[in-house]
Design a binder for this molecule. Structure first.
Ligand SMILES: Cc1cc2nc3c(=O)[nH]c(=O)nc-3n(C[C@H](O)[C@H](O)[C@H](O)COP(=O)(O)OP(=O)(O)OC[C@H]3O[C@@H](n4cnc5c(N)ncnc54)[C@H](O)[C@@H]3O)c2cc1C
Length: 322
């Protein structure tokens, strides 16, 4: 038994569909007979092939919204389209736009939103959403009851994106109703943070540092090790809050979710809020001077030692290998 139709709100930058949108589309193929995408941007045609390959048969697009902040106009457009399109559920990534639109849509449609989803399943003919609680210590499964469309926010890296072999999605324009002054908020500037090397979310290897590094200058060791391993450097919230590295480095509940092949945690205790962002990594290596540190409970390889000795030794060994 599958649902008849699910919509997935997708975001794209410079013609590249966000990885979370592709992950959600992939999972949705298992849940519904028809998967359709919703997009707000001028280049719906350019992304139709990627969306189709990941399972969307149609992309409903608002077209170019100019500099408008998407929340208000997109929620209004989806609310109107949903009454005709009748999706059983509308899924969003846990992104700024996704949260904004889902919240507004909840009010417009008078439907509740389940947030922080990490898995989706069918419970009879209803959609069930799994979400972690107590900082990721346990999961709760909630099944929607009643009429859709049910609204769900899904965390990045909850699923693996895979193409399903579909042809390009058909592009259908949906109208954006006049939202008056409510839709007046504009994006006046975008700041793209320059980052060299692999991106944290996509890297096969991540090397993260925590408060155990002792001082901001010692984060350079993490950068050096990451460079040698072609890895992305990451961080615990403790050192982001301390201003040692930017927020974009943060891994965890309120940072990024990563699932690399190898995750190295150096001087990180393993608070549940950190672990929820990296425990899906294939191989976890922890370096901590405290043998009782919680991070060792989820590590495949634990090194009980001082980061100031272990990391320089690792760097030296890697350099010696050339
Ligand atoms: C709502 C909420 C959301 C949060 N979100 C996040 C999040 O997204 N990401 C996140 O990371 N945290 C998050 N936190 C914070 C989290 O609870 C922890 O405070 C934080 O992860 C601790 O960072 P840490 O492990 O670097 O520091 P600490 O907990 O202080 O651990 C430092 C570790 O380094 C070890 N150490 C010390 N010196 C050395 C040495 N010389 N060599 C080796 N090891 C050494 C110590 O034994 C210790 O285990 C959140 C908290 C809350 C309440």
């Amino acid at each position: 038994m599958t649902l008849s139709k699910i919509w997935v709100y997708v975001e794209a930058t410079d013609g590249k569909v966000s990885s979370t949108a592709l992950e959600i589309l992939t999972k949705t193929r298992e849940l519904a007979d028809t998967v359709e995408a919703i997009y707000s941007g001028a280049d719906g045609d350019a992304i139709a092939a990627t969306l189709g390959a990941h399972g969307a048969t149609t992309v409903h697009t608002t077209g170019d919204l100019g500099s408008a902040l998407p929340g208000v106009p997109v929620a209004a457009a989806i609310a109107e389209a949903a009454s005709a399109g009748a999706p059983d559920a509308i899924l969003f990534a846990t992104s700024y736009a996704g949260r904004d639109i889902a919240g507004r849509l909840s009010v417009k449609l008078d439907k509740s939103v389940l947030t922080n989803g990490v898995d989706l399943a069918l419970d009879g003919d209803s959609l069930a959403v799994v979400e972690p609680v107590f900082g990721g210590a346990t999961n709760v499964t909630t099944t929607f009851v009643g009429e859709g469309p049910h609204l769900v926010l899904i965390r990045p890296k909850s699923f693996v994106a895979e193409e399903g072999g579909g042809g390009p999605a058909a592009v259908n324009t949906i109208t954006v109703p006049d939202t008056g002054a409510a839709g007046g908020a504009k994006v006046i500037e975008r700041h793209v943070e320059e980052r060299q090397g692999p991106q944290l979310e996509d890297a096969a290897v991540v090397v993260s540092g925590g408060r155990g590094l002792g001082e901001a200058e010692k984060y350079q060791m993490i950068e050096d090790l990451a460079k040698l391993l072609h890895a992305a450097p990451g961080a615990s919230r403790a050192i982001v809050d301390a201003g040692w590295v930017p927020y974009s480095y943060q891994v965890g509940q309120t940072g990024k979710v990563v699932k690399p092949t190898v995750y190295i945690a150096a001087g990180i205790s393993g608070a549940t809020q950190h672990m929820v962002g990296m425990k899906g990594s294939k191989n976890i290596i922890a370096i901590n001077k405290d043998a009782e540190a919680p991070i060792f409970s989820i590590s495949d390889l634990g090194i009980v030692g001082d980061v100031h000795k272990v990391i320089p030794a690792l760097i030296e060994a890697l350099k010696a290998r050339g």
